[in-house]
Structure formats: structure tokens, C-alpha cells
Design a protein around this ligand. Sequence first.
Ligand SMILES: NC(=O)c1ccc[n+]([C@@H]2O[C@H](COP(=O)([O-])OP(=O)(O)OC[C@H]3O[C@@H](n4cnc5c(N)ncnc54)[C@H](OP(=O)(O)O)[C@@H]3O)[C@@H](O)[C@H]2O)c1
Length: 282
Amino acid sequence: MKVLVTGATGQLGFDVCAELARRGAEHWGVSSREMDLRDDASVRRAVLDYGPDAVIHCAAWTRVDAAEDDPAECWAVNADGTARLAAACREAGAKMLYISTDYVFPGDGERFYEPDDPTRPAGVYGKSKLAGEEAVRSALERYFIVRISWVFGKNGGNFVKTMLRLSESRDLLRVVDDQIGSPTYTRDLAPLLCDMIETEKYGVYHATNEGVCSWAELAREIFALTGRTVTVQGVTTEEYGARAPRPKNSRMSKDCLTRAGFARLPDWHDALERYLKEIEAI
Ligand SMILES: NC(=O)c1ccc[n+]([C@@H]2O[C@H](COP(=O)([O-])OP(=O)(O)OC[C@H]3O[C@@H](n4cnc5c(N)ncnc54)[C@H](OP(=O)(O)O)[C@@H]3O)[C@@H](O)[C@H]2O)c1
């Protein structure tokens, strides 16, 4: 199978390419340099010239707060760019796997969201990712939509790296304690995505590491595992005051994976420990 991977310079795309290489699969990982999602001709050329059997679409505008200030640019990449890519996949006869997010949900209550629960994103980023989902559904029959959350991987910035950096200069950190979700380690997710595209089990999935926590709990675990003496002060979303709205409930049910016969990802504590070793923080 020949696979085109977008977002290859990002956290997830990097590890998807590494996993495909490990499996000896023919693949091409692209960044905005080789294929700019904002440009029709660039997207069409990359897909049709390469002629993949499957496209794993990891690229996105991921700066959630900045999206509130530049909604047009975020939309051009996440919504219109995904629509361009889906149209090119249709033309090329390729399956498409689109990476989406917990931010498509309203985030109220405490229940675990199922893939077919109603969506209602609050911010620009979530709306643009949902528009990407809708573009994929309307252009293609052979698609996977995989919603993930709280991503950490070796190749790029993330919450874990930010906590480690801040702990170098501070004894006390204020971290949000009322948003509950599940971290996703890209090295755990990548093999699942590569397994998925080999199948015809199309549909919408949730895939994160198992277990839930708040950002503050995640921060405390990072410092416990790395032996750092930093006090984590839990604060509310309102007290923290980020630019973009974020769901308080990001719990997503992964029963869809079990039902389809896919292996679920390990517990997040285990994933975090392996990640900290990978980036040589322990
Ligand atoms: N990060 C999270 O916590 C999180 C949570 C839920 C869902 N997700 C989703 O997971 C996926 C992977 O996220 P990530 O954290 O791995 O992303 P990331 O590290 O921020 O990387 C983003 C990637 O998108 C590419 N990109 C940006 N603009 C582009 C454009 N105009 N044309 C082509 N490529 C472009 C970047 O390429 P350049 O280097 O060329 O800019 C980069 O490779 C995304 O779909 C994201 O929405 C992420």
C-alpha cells in the first residue's frame, strides 16, 4: 500500500511516517512546503502525481488561541484545505483518514462522548475541524475520521514539553484543573492509524490513550515522574483565562475501537512515562 501523510513535520505526521517506515510501507510525508493545503493546484498535484492508495491527513492549523484572532487563515487550512484534499482523494480513488479533535464537542456534562453524539464546537479551531469532517463525509465513502485529544509526540511542541520548560524557572505553576480529557501519545496512535487504513472498516472513531485526567493532574504526573519539585496549583478555566473557549468535558468513548476489532491504546500514565524516556527527560 502506498500512503501519503500530511503534516509530516508535526508531532503526529512525523510518527506516522516513522511507523510506516518501520513496516516497510511505501510512503511520502509532506509538509506545507511540498503541499500547501491553502492552494488547490498544490494539493491536486501532490495527490494525483503520487497516486496514493490512502492518505493520512495529520496536517492542520493547531494554534487554538491564535485561531480566534485569524479565523480566515485557520479555516483556509482546516476546513477548505481538508475539502481540497478530500476532493483530490476522490479523484485519485484513495481512502482518506482525517484526524479530528475532541474540540468538536460542546464539552458539558461528564459523560463519555460516542462518535455519533451531536457536535457543537465552541471556538474557531473546533468549528474549522468539524467543517473538515463534514467535507470528508460529503466527498468520500471510503473514509475514517479519528478524533484525538491532548497530543504529545517527540517532533514538536506540546503541553508536556511546556511544563518541563516552565519548571526550569518556576517553583509554582497555575494549571487548569476543570478540563477533563485523555492524553494521546503519537507513538501509540501511529500504529493504530496504519492498521486502520489497511482495512475497510470505515467510519468515525475516537482514539486516545486510556484513562482520563485534568491538565493539572497531568502536570503533577510529569513532575512526579521526572522528580521535579514544582507545586501545581489547580485553577479553573475562567481563572486561567485562555483566549479560545475549550471543552471542560473531553471524555471520549473508545468502545468504537473495540467493536471494530482494533486494539485500544495503553493507559496514559504508561504512555507518559515512555514519552518522557523518549525525549530523555527521565
Ligand atoms: N496537538 C493537539 O493537542 C491536538 C489535539 C486534538 C487533535 N489534534 C489534531 O491532530 C493532528 C496532528 O496535530 P499535531 O499536534 O501533530 O500538529 P502540529 O505538530 O502542530 O503540526 C502541524 C502540521 O500541519 C502542517 N501544516 C500547517 N499548515 C499547513 C498548510 N497550509 N499546508 C500543509 N500543511 C500544513 C505543518 O506543516 P509545516 O511545518 O509546513 O507548517 C505541520 O506538519 C491535527 O489534525 C490536529 O488538528 C491535535
